[in-house]
Design a protein around this ligand. Structure first.
Ligand SMILES: [Zn+2]
Length: 450
């Protein structure tokens, strides 16, 4: 078996282009340690303090909206002397990133959120949000979004460097956790829209997969835009036409994946799926209907993300999904891991194979669990997930989410040196349903929900 250090060094070679020319203090924690889940506590805290303090000072000095927010709370970077002081760093509610206006004012709003100066672009009066984003992205940014059931999107403006750091972080987190499974010479399937044709964050961030693995297929190759998602959800003629077209494409998509699976199974190839669980669920349902069973065994892995809603009113228990993957594809539960992340952050929580707890990154990311008064609850108690993200340089990544979690200081199932969240994360009561896969699911599962 390949030694762990060798394994990660191979990954670093593959992802060389994601390394910044010189690593900034906020980036050391993700780029320097080889084994991010086993950095000794003192060292991890040093990385973390350096990273988050650096990010906080940067936003305080270069983002006038956030500076004002800090002044209202009476906090300056000088007040942050230890990790204990992270409590003082003002947190932005995730709802804030949905409060955008349209047209020219949308660009002004982005300029408020953005730390630093936005590139100059020309905006026409009737430009849609998507069009404005595309103009900024052509000018060098990576603005992406995710949407919720209210139809409002969460827009996050990343600069290229923050985006690359985030991509490197997701790849390193997952590949570390599946050790020794990963190798460059294998086959992969992205169960998301084509990263090159979408501004949906969950799709976009998968582009690193193309650099980490040699041969990649994409489930949804058409362009998925905010306008298309919105139009498809309307109950009018246009909405019905789009849904009908999507439904036909979906059938073809499932058939394509099945064909791919048959071929790889026959050739005893090594495969991995990355993306929305509901797509693989429909594939497995189709296989089960025909009593078709495959035996990938240790040659297969599934990494899911984006939420566990399969139908409008049905949540698929993660454990049941793993069982299906084992029974139908022959892939053992240790190779079937879920990932928790969000458009607002660059920290990636990944299941450990031993107990399927979500391990938190600790070298550039600080997780908190809060009660309704914004006070930290004890380990093991339920509360709102909040985080301080040292990698976000283009927007202040100090955020309270709408997700309800329990955090444990140590993993009940494995020896890795990081705190964990419970295996499944749910939206808090009152917070709208969303997930990176949710918007796609809403379009794609319409004909399959019967
Ligand atoms: Zn664990």
């Amino acid at each position: 078996m390949i030694k762990f250090d060798e394994y990660i060094k191979n990954l670093n070679k593959r992802l060389e282009s994601y390394f910044p020319e010189s690593i900034a203090p906020n980036e050391e924690g993700i780029f320097k340690p080889l084994d991010i889940y086993n950095v000794p506590e003192r060292e991890a805290n040093e990385y973390k303090f350096k990273s988050i303090k650096y990010a906080f000072k940067h936003h305080y000095e270069n983002n006038s909206f956030y500076k004002k927010f800090c002044k209202d709370s009476n906090v300056t970077p000088n007040d942050i002397k230890s990790i204990e002081d992270f409590k003082k760093i003002p947190l932005i509610p995730d709802k804030f990133f949905k409060t955008y206006p349209s047209g020219n004012e949308f660009a002004m709003w982005l300029a408020t959120v953005y730390t630093g100066d936005l590139p100059d672009i020309v905006i026409n009066k009737n430009d849609s949000h998507e069009k404005i984003i595309n103009k900024f992205n052509k000018a060098g940014l990576v603005i992406s979004y995710s949407s919720g059931t209210s139809g409002r999107h969460t827009f996050i403006p990343r600069d290229k460097r923050t985006f690359h750091d985030s991509e490197y972080a997701i790849a390193k987190s997952v590949i570390t956790m599946v050790y020794p499974f990963w190798e460059y010479d294998m086959y992969g399937y992205v169960l998301m829209p084509n990263p090159l044709k979408t501004n949906v964050f969950a799709g976009k961030v998968c582009s690193v997969y193309f650099d980490a693995i040699k041969d990649i297929e994409v489930a949804l190759d058409r362009e998925i835009t905010a306008d298309l998602i919105q139009a498809a959800m309307q109950n009018n003629l246009k909405g019905r036409i789009i849904r009908y077209a999507m439904q036909r494409e979906n059938k073809k998509m499932i058939e394509r994946i099945i064909k791919w699976l048959r071929e790889k199974n026959k050739n005893k190839d090594k495969i991995s799926f990355v993306g929305a669980p509901f797509i693989l669920y429909f594939v497995m349902e189709e296989l089960a209907k025909n009593g078709e069973i495959m035996d990938f065994g240790e040659n297969g892995a599934v990494v899911t993300g984006g939420g566990w809603k399969i139908y409008e009113d049905k949540r698929l228990p993660v454990e049941k999904f793993r069982k299906m993957v084992e029974e139908i594809l022959g892939i053992p539960p240790e190779n079937c891991l879920d990932l928790y992340g969000m458009v607002e952050g660059n920290g990636w929580m990944v299941h450990c194979p031993e107990g399927h707890y979500l391990h938190l990154p600790t070298t550039y990311y600080h997780a908190r669990v809060l009660d309704e008064n914004g006070e930290d609850v004890d380990y093991g108690e339920k509360g709102r997930f909040a985080f301080l993200d040292g990698l976000a340089m283009s927007y202040p990544g100090f955020i309270i989410s709408g997700d309800e979690v329990r955090m444990y200081e140590k993993c009940p199932a494995c020896e890795r040196q990081t705190p964990v969240l419970e295996p499944e994360v749910k939206r808090a009561a009152g917070a709208e349903m969303r997930g990176c896969a949710e918007e796609m699911r809403r379009i794609l599962s319409m004909d399959m929900s019967g």
